[in-house]
Design a protein around this ligand. Structure first.
Ligand code: NAD
Length: 313
């Protein structure tokens, strides 16, 4: 018997494809909706033959109607290269996508979860960042299309809940990595691994002293699913991320060692609005969801390196 009918927007992307797979494996019927802007068929190719999996080519900026029990709204390019490629489209995807999916949730009485981001904290003045921190975001910078789009989407989630009683959830996702990341989207983990496997110079911005926390994708899925499972008394936002901090330079050295690469580290100027520090305060997730990340950086890197080795061989 099918447990739930679940719509995943952005389901052919990095995180979305893992979520499709996991929710199918748990006995649900999964509808994967994607416009294939950054998502790829190969991410979900292994799911196509499953009769409980359906692929829908659609753009979330247009309304879509389907009878479902739950919606995970992930559609949005997530890496700066991709979201800056067409900044206006990025804002539209976040805001119109949220309006269309919230409208659908209202109509069919589905629970809906928004994949928000730590970028809503901007260049934070508070460290680590709790959910109560309002952020320090530049509204007119190069990253604003993404940051402000996601902030407005959170507002919409809150307002649809208060005004229309839609059952909403917001998770604020911190840096996540794993197999099926886009090989050249400029995200730090995939960048370093691809450069190391090809023995190319590894580019570090600034002096590499800026810190980041890296979460393995399986930990994120667990956090999202646990959030979705909560009742109406909890809607978030809740931080889902790994609080273990690493300097970017440390990550570069670790990747070089693990891939036994001959790459050298080269330094380039810091991009504008690049936050110096990012670390989640996960007390709320621990308390409310009984969730904390389990996968150590080396274990996650090992699986990610294996994926990229296969991809670029
Ligand atoms: N990976 C991370 O570290 C991270 C961190 C914070 C938040 N997030 C959020 O999680 C979600 C998934 O991120 P990801 O890393 O898997 O990125 P991704 O780029 O791999 O996936 C996004 C997916 O959305 C699809 N998409 C984009 N615009 C669309 C549109 N208009 N209509 C339909 N589909 C569209 C893309 O084709 C892609 O499949 C995003 O919303 C992102 O903002 C991710």
């Amino acid at each position: 018997m099918i447990k739930k009918r679940i719509l995943i927007t952005g389901g052919a992307g990095f995180v979305g494809s893992h979520l499709c797979e996991r929710l199918l494996n748990e006995g649900n019927e999964v509808y994967c909706l994607d416009n294939f802007f950054t998502g790829q068929k190969r991410n979900i190719l292994h799911l196509i033959s499953n009769p409980y999996f359906e692929l829908i080519r659609h753009d979330v900026t247009n309304p879509y109607l389907i009878e479902v029990d739950e919606i995970y709204n992930l559609a949005c390019p997530a890496s700066p290269i991709h979201y800056q490629y067409n900044a206006i489209k990025t804002v539209k995807t976040s805001i119109m996508g949220a309006i269309n999916m919230l409208g659908l949730a209202k109509r069919v009485n589905a629970k809906i979860l928004q994949a928000s981001t730590s970028e809503v904290y901007g260049n934070p003045m508070v460290h680590p960042q709790p959910e109560s921190y309002w952020g320090n975001v530049n509204p007119i910078g190069e990253r604003s299309c993404y940051d402000e789009g996601k902030r407005a989407a959170e507002t919409l989630f809150r307002d649809y809940q208060h005004q229309n009683n839609v059952h909403t959830k917001i998770v604020r996702i911190f840096n996540t990595y794993g197999p099926r990341m886009h090989p050249n989207d400029g995200r730090v983990v995939s960048n370093f691994i691809v450069q190391a496997l090809q023995n190319q110079d590894i580019t570090v911005y600034g002096k590499g002293e800026q810190t980041r926390s890296f979460q393995y994708v399986d930990d994120l899925l667990e956090g999202m699913i646990k959030t979705m499972a909560t009742d109406r008394s909890f809607s978030g936002p809740v931080n889902i991320g790994n609080p273990d901090e690493f300097k970017i330079i440390e990550l570069a050295e670790k990747v070089i060692a693990m891939t036994k690469s001959k790459s050298k580290i080269v330094f380039k100027p810091l991009p504008s609005d690049d936050p110096m520090m990012r670390k989640p305060d996960i007390s709320l997730a621990k308390k409310t969801l009984d969730w904390k990340p389990k996968v150590e950086l080396e274990e996650g890197l090992d699986k990610t390196i294996a994926f990229f080795k296969e991809l670029i061989k």
